[in-house]
Design a protein around this ligand. Sequence first.
Ligand code: ZN
Length: 466
Amino acid sequence: MSESTARKRGRFGPAPLALFLALVLGCTAPEVVTDSRPLGSLEDVLAMRDRSDVNVLFVLVDTLRADRLGAYGYSRDTSPTIDYLAETGVRFGNQVAQSSWTKCSMSSLWTGLYPARTGVLRSQDAISPDARMPAEIMLDAGFRTAAIWRNAWIAPNFGFSQGFEIYHSPRAISVSADQRAASPGKISGSDADLIRSASEFLRAHADDRWFLYLHLMDVHQYVYDDDSALFGTGYSDSYDNSIHWVDSLLGRLFEELEKRDLRKRTLIVFAADHGEAFGEHGGEGHARNVYGEVTTTPFILSFPFRLEPNIVVQSRSANVDLWPTVLDLVGLSELDDPDGQSLLPAIEASARGEKLAEDDRPTFAQLDRTWARLRLEPQPVIAVNSEKWRLVYQPDRPDHSELFDKEADSAEQRNISLEQPEVVAALVREIDAHLENPSPPWGTAAHIEIDEMQMQQLRAIGYGVQ
Ligand SMILES: [Zn+2]
């Protein structure tokens, strides 16, 4: 497979070769995994905070819903590389992203604050320059800090580059001019460009202690190459193909870590900012609501050693917990007054087969449904998740509440809000208390003007801002 064959297929693009391969091959062959890491234990997890040699590689796959990964039970073999991370590490089985739109969700992920507190809810909102971001904490602690990204919603002017010495959007060189011409309105290049830049970073900084953040976009863009066109040509099939393509790119990157003898001193953090809908509640795509299909995401930790057996945390967790957990693992100072919390106690409890008392805390996701239409008033929609229930609630239209019984109706298709008014009332009280949270320590969100160049970049990934 050549990177130059990487091609873009949007939801409307033909892919006859993909159909042929799917019929012939059915599924992928497992990759051969090189893994020189020693076998470790829970004690080694806890001892990482005392090590001074552990790098942090944060891989964020934009628009990746958890249930399309083998590790999360998917029937198609979309993700052998990611599955192996989970098999030899810690997998969080009930992770919730804080929004279904990149900028809002990533603001919460980085700050550990729910959207109600970041205030980054609409297209012109930005993280305050006064916020203390994980990259700043790591830079202060002596890490070399770098980000390689391809989504314009996390551009520096929205506040995401704070603490990064390098904040780099790679040049598009992996897709031919013909393919670009055939895919107008798409961002050029592919995640192969990003992985190439990451490999260059590893080569240049092999002897440093580093924090590297990679924000991949080919799953968002439904981009894949011929070798990954295994699962068909429909909209949803193309999404699976793109997961397989990204998984193979990550396999190359992890081989690079092995080649440079870095795997034994690198913590890999794998997550997503939101999922993707395929008609479960009437719509396709994301950034329109906060149902499970757009907010249930993967979270996997892969350590500088293998765990055997792997640990699966089944209690509820959220992306606001991600950085409190990672900073705790590597022994660095905490975020300022986060809503999220370190999941290290949950990891310990899961390893011992126990359940934590605080497993009962609810998790939240939020979206302003008019985030892109600045002339309209905000229209918030908020989901609260308990062990049994998900309530999707619109404060300005409370009679539109939707209550799902996650245990009896795992696809969350039957709205039983009228049958369970007391449950709805209790969950609305949870939401009301959640929205009363105080502002973040650095005050309200910043607001920026989006210039025409950035507007074009945002349109290229499918967002029109009015
Ligand atoms: Zn996104």
